[in-house]
Design a protein around this ligand. Structure first.
Ligand code: ATP
Ligand code: ZN
Length: 288
């Protein structure tokens, strides 16, 4: 473990989580090089080093305190049971760990897996799932290419990560059970030193600010002045909206922030209040 105040953040070197991880760190204001075959990059503007490693190694690096923070799929965390703090779900890297069987097989429920061979790279998670449901099946550990195990008659079923399902379809398999849902998570070490605490708290706040911003949209529009009285109702609970006078005294420009899930309701309501020229923009950071 390091004794100076430099923070180390471990992210996947090359794979499905790499792009999202780099994008998050850059949005948090970290400036670093990302060219290929880098194992390590110091940040130009902060006392932070970014480590590029295999995703499977990230939980151990963080648990051992070699890295202070890491970004990894919850599927890997669940499998490894590493002692780390789960700080923030990151809304990317979505997938499911699912059990699939050959397409033509009839399926009458989970009990049918009894006595069957299931190939997986996630034996611990699968065993827990089967035990909870009282199913005794043989778990076959494979490091990769799990999806071809049924065709090779190495297994009767597989338990693997699925997102779009295209790999399964290509191998004539279909999902029959979802074992766990997964997404990328920011994790933190439980053994960090006091000298790093302030910077770690700052980084977590920044990550939360980036995540929060992704859930909201900024809406600007022009509205007849007599409708202004109803505008406050559009965003209940928030501070009063920004209202800007226009050269036409009958109108005002208004700026509000709304959550993605309320967006269409609010936009339709703005129209019904006579709102026009509605401009919607994403928010890069949102700090309350
Ligand atoms: P590494 O060389 O780092 O070990 P890998 O082959 O294990 O790479 P990837 O296939 O890049 O890893 O997957 C990394 C993570 O991306 C997974 O652990 C999971 O959290 C997430 N993920 C999202 N969608 C999928 C998917 N369809 N298949 C596999 N992983 C997915
Ligand atoms: Zn991996």
């Amino acid at each position: 473990m390091q004794s100076n105040g430099t923070i180390r953040i471990a992210i996947q070197k090359s794979g499905r989580l790499s792009e999202g991880s780099v994008a998050l760190l850059q949005s948090m204001g970290l400036s670093f090089e990302t060219y290929q075959n880098r194992l390590f990059a110091p940040c130009r503007n902060l006392p932070i080093d970014v480590l590029f490693i295999r995703d499977d190694d990230i939980p151990e690096y963080v648990a051992d305190g070699v890295a202070d923070l890491g970004i990894v799929g919850s599927n890997v965390l669940d499998e490894r049971g590493a002692k780390v703090r789960r700080l923030l779900p990151l809304d990317f890297g979505f997938c499911s760990l699912s059990i699939a069987v050959p397409e033509q097989k009839e399926w009458r429920g989970i009990a049918e897996l009894t006595g069957k061979r299931i190939a997986t790279s996630y034996p611990a998670t699968l065993r827990r799932f089967l035990t909870e449901r009282g199913v005794r099946a043989e778990v076959i550990m494979l490091k990769g290419c799990v999806e071809i195990a049924p065709a090779l008659r190495v297994a009767d079923a597989i338990c693997d990560l699925v997102s779009s399902g295209s790999t399964l379809r290509m191998n004539r398999l279909r999902v029959i059970e979802t074992v766990a849902k997964s997404q990328a998570i920011l994790i933190g070490s439980t053994t960090t030193t006091p000298v790093k605490t302030a910077m770690l708290e700052k980084l977590l706040l920044r990550a939360e600010g980036v995540q929060e911003a992704r859930k909201y949209k900024c809406i600007m529009f022009n509205v007849p002045k007599e409708s202004l009285i109803s505008i406050g109702d559009l965003v209940p609970g928030s501070r009063s909206p920004m209202v800007i006078p226009l050269s036409d005294p009958a109108f005002a420009a208004v700026q509000i922030v709304v959550s993605e899930e309320r967006f269409w309701d609010v936009a339709e309501r703005i129209r019904s209040l006579g709102g026009r020229d509605i401009i919607v923009s994403p928010i890069e950071k949102f700090i309350r």
